[in-house]
Design a binder for this molecule. Structure first.
Ligand code: ADP
Length: 323
C-alpha cells in the first residue's frame, strides 16, 4: 500500500477532525501519501481531493465539524456512482480508503468494499446508532451539550414552576436523550425504543410536582413517536386537565457544533491510528470501533446487518432515580 484517501461523510460530528489528523499523520509515518477527499462521497465521485501533509492537519484537533466537509450524495447508492468513485481512486493510484462517518456512510463503505476496494470505516456519529462500536466519535461532546441545556433549563424551571421539554437529536436512537436525561436528572425521557403516551407523561409530571419537585424536565428524542411537536400539541389541547404549563426547546444543530471534548479527541485519535494500522496489515472491509475499552474491528458486512440496541436497563435505572 502506498497511497490512501480519507473522507468524512454524513452528519458531521465533533472529533472528526481529530480522526482526520490521526489518519494523515499515522499514514505518513508509514511512508504513504495521504489524500483528503472534500465533501464525502460526492467529492470521491468527482475527484475532489488533494494530498495532505502533516502541517495541513495542524491546529484542527480542537475544532468541531470537519475540515474536509461532508455532503449527502445519493448517487453513491448506485453502482454507477460507486464505479465513478473507483475510477477516480484508480487514476490517482490510491489503494486504500478511510471513511469517517455513521450508519449511511458505512453502508456506502461496505458497498465499495464489496466491489473489491480496500476500505476501513471509522465509527463517527453523534447519534451513537452504529453497530460495531459502543461509543462513536462525537457522542460524548453532543451529550455534554445536551446536558448543559438541561442544567440551564432546570434553573429557570425551578424559578417558575414550569415544565420544560427539551428535544435532542439522535435520529431513531434514544441514546442522547436517555443518557443526557440520566446525567441531568431529568424527570422523564421519551425515546423511540420505548413507546409512551402523552397522558402518561402528564401524569408522571403532575405526580412529581405533588412529591414536592420544583422543576420538571422532559427530554425527548427527535425520533420518538411523540416528539416535541406532538407533545406540545397534546399539552396545549389538554392544558386544563394537565394542570401545568409546558415550554419547549428544540436543541437542533447546536448539538453538533461544539469543540470536541477530551473523550472524543482521544477516541478519534485512537480510531484514526487503528484505521491505518488495519490497512497496513491488509485488514479491510471492517469498521474500527471501541468495545469494552478496546479498539476492535468488525466486518462492515456485519455492521450494516445489525441495529444497535440501547441498554434498556438504563431506562429502568432512570425510572428508579426519578423520585
Ligand atoms: P450518516 O453516515 O451520518 O448516517 P447518511 O445516512 O446521510 O449519513 O449517509 C451519508 C452518505 O452515505 C449518503 O449521502 C450516501 O452517499 C452514502 N450512503 C448512504 N446509504 C447508502 C447505501 N445504501 N449505499 C451506498 N451509499 C450509501
Amino acid at each position: 500500500m502506498k497511497n490512501i484517501a480519507v473522507l468524512t461523510s454524513g452528519g458531521d460530528a465533533p472529533g472528526m477532525n481529530a480522526a482526520i489528523r490521526a489518519v494523515v499523520r499515522t499514514g505518513i509515518a508509514k511512508g504513504w501519501d495521504v489524500y483528503g477527499v472534500q465533501h464525502g462521497y460526492a467529492g470521491l465521485m468527482s475527484g475532489d481531493m488533494r494530498q495532505l501533509g502533516q502541517r495541513d492537519v495542524g491546529g484542527i484537533i480542537q475544532q468541531g465539524g470537519t475540515i474536509l466537509g461532508s455532503a449527502r450524495a445519493p448517487e453513491f447508492k448506485t453502482e454507477e456512482g460507486r464505479r465513478k468513485a473507483l475510477r477516480q481512486l484508480q487514476s490517482r493510484g490510491i489503494d486504500g480508503l478511510v471513511v469517517i462517518g455513521g450508519n449511511g456512510s458505512q453502508t456506502g463503505s461496505n458497498a465499495l468494499s464489496q466491489m473489491g476496494f480496500p476500505v476501513v470505516g471509522i465509527a463517527s456519529t453523534i447519534d451513537n446508532d452504529l453497530y460495531g462500536s459502543e461509543m462513536t466519535i462525537g457522542v460524548d461532546t453532543a451529550l455534554n451539550i445536551a446536558l448543559e441545556a438541561i442544567d440551564r433549563l432546570k434553573i429557570t424551571a425551578s424559578s417558575h414552576q414550569r415544565a420544560f421539554l427539551l428535544e435532542v437529536m439522535g435520529r431513531d436512537c434514544g441514546y442522547i436523550a436517555l443518557m443526557s436525561g440520566i446525567a441531568g436528572g431529568a424527570e422523564f425521557m421519551v425515546i423511540p425504543e420505548v413507546e409512551v403516551k402523552p397522558e402518561t407523561i402528564a401524569n408522571e409530571i403532575r405526580e412529581a410536582y405533588r412529591r414536592g419537585k420544583k422543576h420538571a424536565i422532559i427530554v425527548v428524542a427527535e425520533g420518538a413517536k411523540y416528539n416535541a411537536e406532538a407533545l406540545i400539541q397534546y399539552f396545549k389541547q389538554h392544558s386544563e386537565v394537565v394542570g401545568f404549563e409546558l415550554r419547549a426547546t428544540i436543541l437542533g444543530h447546536i448539538q453538533r457544533g461544539g469543540m470536541p471534548g477530551a473523550f472524543d479527541r482521544i477516541l478519534a485519535t485512537r480510531l484514526g491510528a487503528a484505521a491505518t494500522a488495519a490497512l497496513a496489515r491488509g485488514e479491510h472491509g471492517v469498521l474500527v470501533g471501541l468495545n469494552k475499552g478496546q479498539i476492535t474491528t468488525t466486518p462492515l458486512s456485519e455492521v450494516v446487518k445489525h441495529k444497535k440496541q440501547i441498554d434498556l436497563s438504563l431506562v429502568e435505572l432512570a425510572r428508579e432515580l426519578d423520585r
